[in-house]
Write a protein that binds this ligand. Structure first.
Ligand code: SF4
Ligand code: SF4
Ligand code: SF4
Length: 504
């Protein structure tokens, strides 16, 4: 057993209001530069919808992530080293700017510099931020916000096309009436990152101490294999430098014990950050289980209980500081994933073992219960909706449990039971033991789960130890050196970039 620590995130989707504050603050911090106009390390998409870039979840099209070969071995869907080498100069699995969107800017000066006496009000017209040419704005990173245009396109959502035809037809019918939610997405900082394995230059790497996946700008040669291999399409090419860039999990803040920008500024307070201890020796076997529907439990089994004395000792033996071992015990992420088992990974079937997990939204089920004439405050009615209607459940299962509707329904049952239990306890002063029995949890567990989901304070939502003290001196020296802060450089986050290298 080799114990490692991963900084991981959980997002509670019932609380996301789709305000895009997280996207904007991330952009202002990390991608407010030439070459990254179309890049959103954090984007928020409406589901059902085809997402950003378009249809990124369709791996038959993009060949991202991993698959098992005929002998059950894990291989990149984008092909082996030889196949990838033959595609270095013509890669058919690369999204074009049209798959993202062409970024626009506006000629705002005309509003103040237009001569007086005009018959018409001056209008600022959109111009391409890439070419400067006038353009029509026809797509964007959140074009489908609030189901915008969903009646035309949402049935091409890969999560719907993968569903059985009968259920898919019902989803198409239902979502227009009752059913949508927001899905914020960042890089998953996967335990088995396809982007790292696909990089021919060794520029993509996963940090040993905290699992954050970064790009070494000095080593990147702009081959873009990482873009194809990432099934979540969370690596981007800076078209000014020709190099790859991605979400850094705001590592300078994490090293200082602070939450990421997208978490800090989240209006819904729905993000949780903390450590997960895992057994590095178990990662390959977990990613290689034959049945996709076993991947959720296989990944959960890779995580180690930070309260187990043997795990704690193994962590210390691996060189982990005591502060980190203690922080792992208090991790809200571990509690949501492994103790309460209500957080789920996004598309486990990609086999990258993603480390940004989601508490699925109960709201589509409540809406469906209401639309079916049931009482959405009554646990029995909500349970029946989950069991009978199945439509939101099967859609959520395509997103979070590789299509296993029972696993998705089990989580929704817990959330519904928690609501009803807390309502009875708060309004009537009664303890609904039957509800606790139905989900196999104790009153203490449900109440602490409620506290974490509903009213947790800043220090409970973010439990982040500071950087390894043995690295602190090196980090300080790096920052103090002339031009040493890598964030000050033109050309992107991470290490300083030599703009003359790696263009393609
Ligand atoms: S989600 Fe992030 S870590 Fe995972 S494969 Fe994509 S870029 Fe790599
Ligand atoms: S963790 Fe930081 S870099 Fe990543 S999406 Fe959030 S704000 Fe952006
Ligand atoms: S800031 Fe929070 S609530 Fe707003 S869109 Fe982002 S994740 Fe959702």
């Amino acid at each position: 057993m080799r114990i490692r620590a991963q900084v991981a995130m959980v997002m509670n989707l019932d609380k996301c209001i789709g305000c895009h504050t997280c996207s904007v603050t991330c952009k202002q911090t990390w991608t407010n530069r030439e070459g990254t106009e179309y890049v959103w390390f954090n984007n928020v998409e409406t589901k059902p919808g085809i997402g950003y870039p378009k249809h990124y979840e369709d791996q038959d099209r993009w060949h991202g992530g991993w698959q098992l070969d005929g002998r059950g071995r894990l291989t990149l869907r984008s092909g082996g080293r030889l196949k990838r080498l033959t595609r270095i100069f013509a890669n058919p699995d690369l999204p074009s700017i049209d798959d993202y969107y062409e970024p626009a800017t506006f000629d705002k000066d005309i509003l103040v510099s237009a001569p007086g006496g005009l018959n018409d009000t001056p209008v600022k017209r959109p111009h391409s931020a890439l070419t400067g040419e006038p353009m029509a704005v026809e797509w964007g990173a959140n074009w489908e916000d609030g189901l915008g245009g969903a009646h035309e396109r949402a049935d091409r959502d890969p999560n719907i096309t993968r569903m059985p035809a009968e259920a898919a037809a019902k989803v198409r019918f239902e979502f227009e009436k009752t059913f949508m939610f927001h899905l914020p997405r960042i890089c998953e900082h996967c335990l088995n990152p396809a982007c790292v394995s696909a990089c021919p230059s060794g520029a993509m790497y996963k940090r040993e101490e905290d699992g954050i996946v970064l790009v070494d700008q000095n080593r990147c040669r702009g081959w873009r294999m990482c873009v194809s291999a990432c099934p979540y399409k969370k690596v981007y090419v800076n078209h000014a430098t020709g190099k790859a860039e991605k979400c850094t999990l705001c590592f300078p803040r994490i090293e200082a014990g602070q939450p990421t920008i997208c978490s800090e500024t989240c209006v819904g307070r729905l993000r949780y950050l903390g450590l997960v201890l895992y057994d590095e020796d178990a990662v390959l076997a977990a990613a290689s289980v034959r049945d996709e529907r076993d991947l959720l439990d296989a990944q959960r089994d890779v995580f180690c209980d930070p309260h187990d004395p043997a795990v704690r000792q193994a962590a210390r033996d691996a060189g982990m500081p005591e502060e980190w071992v203690e922080a792992a015990k208090r991790s809200p992420v571990w509690r949501l994933i492994s103790e309460y088992r209500i957080a789920l990974p996004l598309h486990p079937e990609y086999r990258t073992l993603p480390m940004v997990w989601y508490v699925p939204p109960l709201s589509p089920v409540l809406d469906a219960a209401g639309a079916a004439g049931r009482d959405d405050t009554d646990a029995d009615d909500v349970f029946h909706t989950i069991r009978d209607l199945r439509i939101p459940v099967e859609y959520l299962a395509e997103l979070f449990t590789a299509g296993d509707a029972d696993a998705a329904a089990g989580v929704l049952m817990k959330l519904a039971a928690m609501r009803s239990y807390m309502r009875a306890r708060t309004l009537d002063g009664t303890v609904a033991q039957d509800l606790l029995d139905s989900i196999g949890m104790t009153a203490e567990q449900v109440e602490s789960m409620y506290r974490l989901l509903a009213i947790a304070k800043y220090d409970e939502r973010y439990v982040i130890p500071t950087a390894y003290s043995k690295d602190a001196a090196a980090l300080e020296a790096q920052a103090a050196a002339p031009g040493g802060c890598s964030l000050d450089f033109e050309g992107g986050p991470g290490l300083p970039v030599d703009l003359t290298r790696g263009r393609s």
